[in-house]
Design a protein around this ligand. Structure first.
Ligand code: SF4
Length: 352
């Protein structure tokens, strides 16, 4: 397996693409004996294409609970009894306080996240665009958002007009596994949303969740599908099974070594993309969390997640410094979408 790792590393460094078959071979074949070789190779690839800068962002749950959809991992679906706090769209003061906190934590952006199927024209869109304007005008962090499915170009256009720079919409899992995770909307619905976001001139943030019963090949397929849509940021979430959800009873958290292997293989598949380790980081990686930066990750979510707590900002900063990474300086103030990747001589150098 060491020869395979070296061969694929050289292939990627030379500008080649790792296939789904090759990524599956790594995911299935790398064991305890070869894991450190794989992580070191992914680290080399990350340094070559991205450098040492780490992108940090924060999120706030801008509307919580009572979502009509049935994503099996999600605490916010109205179909599952999870005891999650429920509230309607937050007020300006709450959003601005979250923006200030995100800035204090070293984050570049605050993602406003809403639990619902998606946005249509009307009072909810008006309310959300008002929040986006407030955060943008405040200027401490960029306003990003994750507001569900979009099927109307005008909705995407209004979000962009309000100052939204980056829209998060994850593929969640490989197309071949999607119906095991969600039945109320399709993988195609998600692709359509991403298309409209891009057409409206916003950056695309799209990744998925692993640990939901998918096979190693389906993890590789997810990375390949993400490579196809070429997002500006790839959040990689590890399932943190929540009591009351289908995933909460069906799955256990991944082993930390397995999670690190997954980050590394995503780096092989997506060498030029920022890979952000997001939800489930503490629950899955535990004490090994700092290793994510030595396994190919180049971005992290700081502060609390949507329904679970995260590491403190001070701990995050310490981990970043100890692993030789450098937080990218905040660049708030601009209203144009920041290019997440700049390509110079064929080498992506991270956020600008
Ligand atoms: Fe949760 Fe979003 Fe799915 Fe609703 S659409 S259940 S908020 S993941």
């Amino acid at each position: 397996m060491r020869d395979t790792i070296t061969h694929l590393q050289e292939k990627v460094l030379a500008g080649g693409e790792v296939t789904v078959d090759e990524a599956t071979e790594l995911l299935e074949g790398v064991g305890r004996d070869d894991l450190m070789d794989l992580l070191a190779a992914a680290d080399r690839i990350r340094r070559h294409f991205i450098g040492n800068e780490v992108h940090l962002c924060s999120i706030i749950n801008a509307k919580s609970g009572r979502c009509a959809e049935d994503c099996g991992f999600c605490a916010q679906s109205v179909r599952f009894d999870t005891g999650v706090e429920e509230y309607d769209v937050i007020d300006d003061e709450t959003a601005l306080a979250a923006a200030a906190k995100a800035h204090e934590n070293g984050a570049e952006a605050l993602g406003l996240v809403a639990a619902w199927r998606g946005l249509k024209k009307g009072p909810e869109l008006e309310r959300v665009t008002a929040l986006i304007r407030k955060v943008s005008e405040d200027g401490r962090v960029h306003a990003d958002a994750s507001l569900g499915l979009i099927d109307d170009p005008d909705v995407a256009g209004q979000l962009r007009e309000a100052g939204l720079q980056t829209y998060n919409h994850n593929l969640e899992t490989a197309a071949s596994h999607f119906d095991k995770v969600c039945e109320t909307h399709s993988h195609q619905d998600r692709l359509k949303t991403i298309e409209l976001v891009r057409e409206a001139g916003m950056n695309v943030c799209s990744g998925g969740i692993v640990g939901m019963g998918e096979t190693p090949r389906q993890r590789a397929e997810l990375a390949s599908e993400l490579r196809e849509i070429d997002p500006d940021m790839v959040p990689l979430n590890f399932l943190n099974p929540i009591d009351g959800t289908p995933a909460g009873s069906d799955f256990k958290p991944m082993e930390p070594m397995e999670a690190l292997k997954c980050i590394a293989v995503f780096r092989f598949m997506l060498p030029r993309h920022h890979i952000m380790v997001a939800g489930g980081r503490e629950a899955v990686l535990g004490q090994l969390a700092p290793m994510m930066y030595l396994s190919g990750a180049s971005a992290a979510m700081v502060g609390d997640y949507l329904t679970t707590g995260g590491m403190s900002a001070a701990e995050d900063q310490e981990v970043i410094a100890q692993t030789g990474m450098e937080p990218r300086p905040p660049s708030a103030g601009s209203t144009s979408p920041r290019p997440m990747r700049t390509v110079a001589e064929g080498v992506a150098r991270g956020c600008t």
